[in-house]
Design a protein around this ligand. Structure first.
Ligand code: NAD
Length: 339
């Protein structure tokens, strides 16, 4: 039986992603034709009847497509949703289940990718790379005044969350000759022994770390994990890196800590208000992003060529598994907890 998979908002990765999917031998063998829409899928943006992208039975979406009950109701042919992300809280799983539509996600694709980005932020701050670049290119001066940084070797890094990404960050920190401490609700003692690091309470980690890097999921239990109460425990002059989720850190607490020197800098790939910022409202979190010792990136840590190829490969496999009657990486639980 022939299938049509329509992918929404794929253009973020340029034409390469489209050619990769169009050229997939696995999809061809499974008799899946591929169409693209350079926009999200939402209730106001259902492909027009009769257009090439309409009447698809397989939808390929990112986190930016709100596949709610109205969207599902408007797509009577829809039989499978493949989200090209780990998170799936943009999809109404109950509405999909009520129609017997399985939803598959990409459980893992960028452990090293995100950890590498965390170190990019760490090094950019420790060696004042942004300022040094501006010195030459913007100020037109080839001088090093005020650019003295600090070594990572011998410093203490506190890793919050020692799962897939956190473990990569720990291995990288080991390579830099850093002392490592960690906080997690679950302790991987064998890994701690292998690498030679210690689990601490969150309070002790904040007190001891020169660099704090967050790799925990966003859950009710991690909402404002770093907040107005415990931010004062942070070792004076430390650097905070967040590549996990914005709301794990209370924005106001970071702003205060940066202003009073508790934090010497922050590298933030995620912000509490990033959804509104993506929609164009840059006024939110403005107090934070305008501070001079802050580097902010637009939720970009996952964004490498290798990671997107891994995402596409898993998505292709998810689609083929569905076509073969045995869907894989199916998301079953409602996304009430993780985001
Ligand atoms: P993971 O599930 O492998 O590891 C998460 C770790 O956090 C686990 O060890 C878990 O025990 C720990 N944890 C859970 N609750 C905790 C708590 N209350 N306090 C401390 N630790 C706790 O996840 P991962 O693959 O390493 O990803 C971590 C997070 O990184 C993701 O949840 C996601 O939010 C974020 N992420 C960001 C990007 C990006 O582009 N910026 C990309 C991918 C993932």
């Amino acid at each position: 039986m022939a299938h049509k998979a329509t992918f929404f908002n794929c253009e973020r990765w340029g034409d390469e992603a489209k050619s990769y999917l169009e050229g997939s031998a696995k999809l061809k063998v499974a008799d899946v034709t591929v169409e693209f829409v350079d926009d999200i899928l939402s209730k106001d943006k259902i492909p027009a009847p009769g257009s090439a992208a309409a009447n698809f039975d397989i939808a390929g979406v990112f986190m930016d497509s709100p596949v709610d009950a109205a969207v599902i109701a408007a797509l009577p042919e829809l039989k499978f949703i493949a989200t090209l992300s780990t998170g799936f809280d943009h999809i109404d799983l109950s509405a999909a289940a009520a129609r017997g539509i399985p939803v598959s996600s990409v459980p893992a694709y960028g452990e090293n990718t995100v950890a590498e980005f965390a170190f990019a932020l760490i090094l950019a701050l420790s060696r004042k790379i942004i300022k040094a670049n501006a010195r030459v290119r913007v100020e037109g001066k080839f001088t090093t005044d005020g650019l003295c940084g600090f070594d990572l070797a011998g410093k203490t890094i506190g890793v919050i969350g020692t799962g897939r990404i956190g473990k990569h960050a720990i291995r990288m920190a080991k390579g830099f000759g850093m002392n490592i401490v960690a906080y997690d609700v679950y302790h991987d003692d064998a890994f701690a022994k292998e690498i030679g690091f210690t689990y601490l309470s969150l309070e002790d980690l904040l007190k001891q770390s020169d660099i704090i890097t967050i790799h925990a999921p966003y859950l009710p239990s991690t909402h404002h994990l770093i907040n107005m109460d415990n931010v004062r425990l942070i070792k004076r002059g430390a650097i905070l890196i967040n590549t996990a989720r914005g709301a794990i850190v209370e924005t106001k607490a970071v702003v205060e800590a940066l202003k009073d020197g508790t934090l010497a800098g922050a590298g933030l790939d995620v912000l509490e208000e990033e959804v509104a910022m993506k929609a164009g409202d840059m006024s939110l979190d403005a107090n934070l992003i305008q501070l001079p010792n802050v580097i902010v990136t637009p939720h970009d840590a996952f964004n490498t060529h290798e990671a997107f190829i891994r995402i596409l490969d898993t998505t292709i496999d998810n689609i083929v598994a569905f076509v073969n009657g045995a869907p894989t990486n199916v998301v079953k639980a409602p996304a009430a907890e993780a985001k």
